[in-house]
Design a protein around this ligand. Structure first.
Ligand code: F6P
Length: 334
């Protein structure tokens, strides 16, 4: 394939021979994220900070921007005849769109909501699946396909720059990065391919949860912290953004592991992250960049992409990033 650097997203989708109907779905998502980016960067001036007076299906207080981002994505996708249905972190049930649609889209409209009001990293995570035949438009079954059925996955990171990170289904499809050009308001390819190094000296985990972790994971982290003279014989650094989208972006850029294990804080809900619109898209992006992604939902630990979902908002533990370090971590788990 010819060098694509500095081409627009639309040009790259053509060059990559992305099926035109799917390309329109990606365009609908990214157009909505451009509007979200404008609001995020205007912050208080746009009057979008602070909390809304409602809780979402997960029992979390919604931020104003959660609600606005959700509505922008919903409206953009519902207007696309190729979208059969959508699912969102902010919607309890599947939302039917167009019976003609060949695709369904799931998204977390604003990942890392606690960072909104502190001007920290936040993002939109999305995934596209083929719509299934012979079921209702709003059937949950469209969304209970394993992550390996995703036809495309990505996120938009609203950071110092607004970045789109995207990959397609084919196993040789690279994970690519586009930067939103403020002049033309288009996403322009700025990194043709991520390549996550196999080994690392950096980890991301919420250490405040340590007392709730299983013995095996506690032991793994304890060994990391021993440094040069310990069993791992190297010094590890820690980073935690409190936004998966920011932590996964760092892992794609320079390696590392992002770890959100099960814990005993709330026995009804031992894992925190959502399989459908957080773990699955991130797992595809990481695998297509040469990394690994494992997790545990209702069965034992397996690759995230092979988990058969049981429910729309199902949660899963997540261990992803540099391949050798993910393997070492899994070796400790109970
Ligand atoms: O699922 C939401 C999320 O904000 C992720 O983006 C992030 O990785 C995690 O939760 C942060 O969790 P904690 O509240 O433990 O820092």
């Amino acid at each position: 394939m010819q060098a694509l650097s500095k081409q627009t997203l639309a040009q790259c989708l053509v060059a990559e021979q992305v099926e035109p109907a799917l390309a329109t779905v990606i365009t609908s998502v990214t157009e909505a994220t451009r509007d979200i980016a404008t609001l995020v960067h205007q912050g208080a001036l746009a009057g979008v900070l602070g909390s809304a007076a409602v809780e979402n299906v997960q029992g979390e207080t919604q931020k104003n921007l959660d609600v606005i981002a959700n509505n922008l994505l919903k409206d953009a996708l519902a207007a696309n005849p190729q979208v059969r249905a959508l699912a969102s972190e902010e919607e309890e049930y599947v939302v039917a769109a167009n019976s003609t649609g060949r695709y369904v889209v799931a998204f977390d409209p604003l990942d890392g909501s606690s960072n909104i009001d502190i001007n920290g990293q936040i993002g939109t995570i999305f995934t596209v699946y083929p719509a299934l035949d012979n079921i209702a438009d709003d059937s949950v079954l469209h969304f209970l396909q394993a992550g390996s059925a995703q036809v495309c996955a990505g996120y938009v990171l609203y950071g110092a720059a607004t970045l789109l990170v995207l990959t397609m289904a084919a196993p040789d499809s690279p994970t690519r990065c586009y930067t939103l050009d403020a002049q033309s308001n288009t996403f322009v390819l700025t990194q043709e391919q991520f390549d996550v190094p196999a080994s690392t000296q950096e980890f991301a985990a919420n250490m405040a949860n340590q007392r709730f972790w299983d013995h095996g994971f506690k032991h793994y982290i304890a060994d990391l912290l021993l440094g040069e003279t310990g069993v791992r014989a190297k010094r590890f650094n820690m980073r935690w953004n409190a936004a998966m989208v920011g932590d996964v972006h760092r892992v794609l850029m320079r390696g590392g592991v992002f770890l959100y294990p099960r814990d005993s804080r709330n026995l009804d809900q031992p894992a925190k992250l959502r399989l459908l619109y957080e773990a699955n898209p991130m797992a595809l992006l990481i695998e297509h960049a040469g990394g690994k992604a494992y997790g545990e939902a209702s069965a034992g630990i397996e690759t995230i992409l092979s988990i058969k979902p049981q429910a729309l908002h199902e949660r899963v533990s997540v261990f992803l990033g540099s391949a050798e370090e993910v393997d070492l971590c899994l070796g400790y788990l109970d």
